[in-house]
Design a protein around this ligand. Structure first.
Ligand SMILES: Nc1nc2c(c(=O)[nH]1)N[C@H]1C(S)=C(S)[C@@H](COP(=O)(O)OP(=O)(O)OC[C@H]3O[C@@H](n4cnc5c(=O)[nH]c(N)nc54)[C@H](O)[C@@H]3O)O[C@H]1N2
Ligand SMILES: Nc1nc2c(c(=O)[nH]1)N[C@H]1C(S)=C(S)[C@@H](COP(=O)(O)OP(=O)(O)OC[C@H]3O[C@@H](n4cnc5c(=O)[nH]c(N)nc54)[C@H](O)[C@@H]3O)O[C@H]1N2
Ligand SMILES: [Mo]
Length: 766
């Protein structure tokens, strides 16, 4: 299987490389923010829009899910949030004339960057069977086409309803209701590729699949471990929280194969120290771990706690936990040789980390994709929980677990029932409230949905946002699978690859973004979102919609539901569309923690959802206690001469949305087809910096996957560990290579070999 880079772009992918930086943000970040924003929005719109980001009367940043502090700065956004806003509030437009000019074949040859740069979608568009051009279609006709295909299915389980994490609570609640009234739990979402491993691990161990700390806990912690996360790029506002903690004496341990700029030193653009002085050094101890070595590391830290007199919080363990004895016996067998091999660390580094853990009374562990996207991700996160439980560090101020979410409302979408394996209690509540019988059997997650499309057992694919074919693993397999569908439907703001890799027929339904005014029959509406720490608040767009034909996401679901369900539904879809407060009234009756939703969300700043472990040290697990886990330590096995590849984000992208071709902090400019290698690994392969190589992934079933012509960058990564950008390298991730229990694609541990490129350096491969 080989993937040729798309050709025909005006973009040249010719990376230019300098030394990586040691600090993030500062004045250059402000300059970049304003330049990118102005290019897309012009000066006046830039000022108007950026001043409303994350303000109590404004809209929630469509960037990441990091919470807002209670006392807000006038500029409560970061460089990358501003890019996300500019991407949506752009003045560029993709009109029917654009589709008349560009065939689907033409568009399928363009890079994702080029597609995204074309601007906002303005009209519903339809691709008839056999056609190569999308044509404009009325909303009514579009819904009729979808209803026709859904009605023709042998079973509602032949339809798949995907969600990306930007969808509001209101839209998500209606969308899952539509799918379940239709009769399916096929509600895969981006979370399946993201924090599913965290959700699985935390639900089993603590009883709630969410983080147990609030923003002020981070300020109060005396030790913060940041493992497998690059906040300088992906959660820049988190650096302000770390800076504040640091000012109060908090120690920070960073666990990462890469020395990420933001974690080393932060120059806060919101204060004089950040702007004029050298910024704040953040990391006290940097553990440059090998990919996938975290399970072994956290197990050894547990062992050190167990071996130290008085270090285990026995009162907490006795009262609140289950499985301690078995865990203790297992953890005491942890072996130094294996630990050092798995982590690539020195013993003294791990001892220092252990001393810091033992000295801390209020530890917090933060993590993101570096822990979740591995085969043994769930057990790794359970090991993090083991460590915190030993120290009684859950449900205590300033301590706990902090999985840092990705998409701005990915956590809220789950709370609203976007889940292929809903709990019986949730379905009971739906049944009681809406008077229908929801399907009880589990639906398809992302990977299973791809298999079902591939095997012809799923025939209609609909997506509420996102970019399914680009975000998912095994690009060639996935694209072929999607092409087998009868119909593919995308509710989107911007053009992307999923619009041009289609089923027999396809629809693009353009929708309002977060930044835009949402007018319905009863007046202006707002929507709500939940951040990474369980805070729910309102989001109100202020800009005029990108085009007069756009419908909001809730309106699209309501109209589709009326058309598809017809007489079968007694749900007041009309009312919901007219007045979103009526949706929130229903959410309040179905979902615990949302009582009095409309009143509470009207308060500036919103409200915090209850969290039993955090609030009352109550653990709603199967044992009724917090569970220790005695798993066997795992780490990836890499055959001789091979490397382990992680696929990660550059500074200039939001998942599959590419803002630009630079990765400033890593010293890479003007190109994305790069592979970061330790100089010794590169030399062992005879690859000087600046040479070109193919990356070939080797899967256990003997299949191989290849990408061609990647520029070699000598980089201070851990030995044996390579890094390259997602989504260009998704083609290398085998569909069946997923995490145990959570089924999340293991995008951070792909075994590859390097085959130096003989040919000339590629020049035109955007
Ligand atoms: N600007 C911007 N913001 C974003 C996004 C974006 O694309 N752009 N995406 C959003 C989304 S959906 C998400 S989920 C988050 C993602 O946020 P991150 O998880 O920070 O994103 P990645 O780029 O995947 O970075 C993974 C980090 O983990 C490290 N790592 C990889 N493997 C391992 C490992 O085995 N062990 C350890 N200890 N470290 C490892 C990598 O070196 C890297 O620093 O960001 C969100 N915010
Ligand atoms: N190899 C590899 N693969 C990965 C990852 C990785 O680290 N490595 N990370 C995974 C992770 S963590 C995630 S979360 C997924 C992301 O997967 P997705 O969520 O599917 O992808 P995005 O790129 O975030 O989706 C971008 C598209 O969303 C649409 N959009 C933007 N805003 C809105 C809106 O307000 N409404 C609607 N309806 N549409 C909107 C636009 O059309 C845009 O093109 O990718 C996963 N894939
Ligand atoms: Mo994510």
């Amino acid at each position: 299987m080989a993937s040729k880079p798309p050709t025909g772009d005006p973009v040249q992918d010719a990376p230019d490389v300098t030394a990586p930086q040691h600090a993030a943000a500062g004045l250059p970040a402000i300059g970049h923010t304003l330049r990118i924003a102005q290019q897309q929005m012009g000066l006046r719109r830039t000022a108007l829009t950026l001043l409303k980001v994350n303000q109590k009367d404004g809209f929630d940043c469509p960037g990441c899910a990091w919470p807002e502090p209670d006392k807000r700065h006038a500029a409560e956004f970061c460089e990358n949030g501003a890019k996300a806003v500019a991407e949506e509030a752009t003045l560029r437009r993709v009109t029917p004339a654009f589709f008349a000019e560009h065939s689907v074949t033409d568009l399928a040859g363009r890079s994702g960057y080029w597609l995204g740069q074309q601007g906002r979608l303005t009209h519903p568009m339809y691709l008839p069977e056999g056609a190569d051009h999308y044509e404009p279609v009325t909303w009514d006709r579009a819904f009729e086409i979808i209803a026709g295909e859904l009605t023709a299915l042998d079973s509602p389980d032949e339809a798949v309803f995907y969600t990306s994490g930007r969808t509001s609570n209101e839209a998500a609640f209606l969308y899952q209701l539509l799918a379940r009234e239709l009769g399916t739990n096929n509600l895969p979402d981006c979370s399946n590729m993201c924090h599913e491993s965290s959700g699985s691990a935390l639900t089993d161990t603590l009883g709630v699949g969410k983080g147990s700390v609030l923003l002020h806990d981070l300020h109060k912690a005396d030790l913060i471990i940041v493992a497998g996360q690059n906040p300088g790029t992906n959660h820049p506002r988190m650096l302000s929280a770390l800076e504040k903690a640091k000012a109060g004496g908090t120690k920070i341990i960073t666990v990462n194969p890469l020395p990420e700029a933001g974690l080393q030193r932060f120059k806060n653009p919101q204060n004089a120290r950040g702007l004029a002085l050298g910024g704040t050094p953040l990391t006290d101890l940097f553990l440059q771990i090998r990919l996938g070595g975290d399970h072994a590391l956290f197990r050894m830290l547990c062992k050190r706690v167990l071996e130290t007199d008085g270090a285990v919080d026995t009162a907490f363990v006795d009262t609140h936990t289950h499985g301690y004895e078995e865990f203790r016996r297992t953890a005491l067998t942890a072996d130094w040789d294996e630990t050092l091999r798995a982590t690539g660390l020195r013993r003294d580094e791990i001892e220092t980390a252990a001393d810091m853990v033992l000295a801390a009374r209020r530890p917090i562990v933060c993590w993101a994709m570096g822990l979740t996207q591995h085969k043994h991700a769930v057990n790794t996160i359970k090991e993090v929980v083991n460590l915190l439980l030993l120290r009684g560090a859950v449900g205590r101020p300033g301590a706990g677990v902090c999985p840092v979410r990705g998409h701005s409302n990915v956590q809220g979408d789950r709370t609203m029932g976007i889940f292929e394996r809903p709990s019986p209690a949730f379905l009971d509540a739906l049944q009681k409230e809406f008077g229908f019988t929801p399907p009880r059997h589990h639906g398809l997650d992302v990977v299973r949905a791809i298999r079902a499309l591939r095997d012809g057992t799923a025939k209609v694919f609909m997506a509420m946002g996102g970019n399914f074919v680009a975000a998912t693993p095994d690009t060639d397999v996935t694209e072929a699978a999607v092409r087998r569908a009868r119909l593919t439907v995308h509710v989107s703001t911007k053009l992307n690859r999923s619009h041009v890799i289609t089923g027999a027929r396809a629809l693009i339904l353009p929708t309002l973004g977060r930044t835009e005014r949402d007018r319905q029959a009863t007046g202006d509406q707002f929507v709500t979102v939940e951040d990474s720490m369980g805070m729910v608040h309102a989001s109100r767009g202020r800009l005029e919609p990108a085009a007069p034909h756009l419908l909001s996401e809730p309106a699209i679901v309501c109209r589709l539901a009326r058309r598809v369900l017809g007489d079968r539904t007694t749900t007041p879809w009309d009312e919901f569309e007219k007045d979103y407060a009526t949706i929130r009234d229903r959410i309040a009756r179905v979902i615990p923690g949302f009582e009095d939703f409309n009143t509470r969300v009207a308060r500036p700043g919103g409200f915090t959802l209850p969290h039993a472990p955090r609030d009352e040290r109550r653990f709603p697990t199967t044992t009724g206690k917090a569970n220790f886990t005695a798993s066997t330590v795992e780490h990836p096995h890499v055959p001789d001469g091979r490397l382990l590849l992680q696929t990660l984000r550059s500074h200039d992208q939001y998942n599959t949305t590419i803002y630009g071709l630079d990765d400033r902090y890593r010293g890479i400019r003007g190109g994305r087809r790069v592979v970061l290698l330790h100089p010794d690994d590169a030399h062992a392969h005879g690859l000087p910096d600046g040479s070109y190589t193919d990356l070939v992934s080797e899967w256990t079933d003997g299949t191989e996957r290849r990408v061609e012509g990647f520029r070699v960058v000598h980089y201070p990564t851990a030995r044996g560990c390579a890094a390259a950008y997602y989504p260009e390298t998704n083609v290398l991730v085998p569909l069946d290579h997923t995490a145990d229990a959570s089924n999340t694609p293991a995008s951070k541990s792909v075994v590859i070999r390097l085959e130096p490129a003989n040919g000339a350096r590629p020049t035109d491969n955007g």
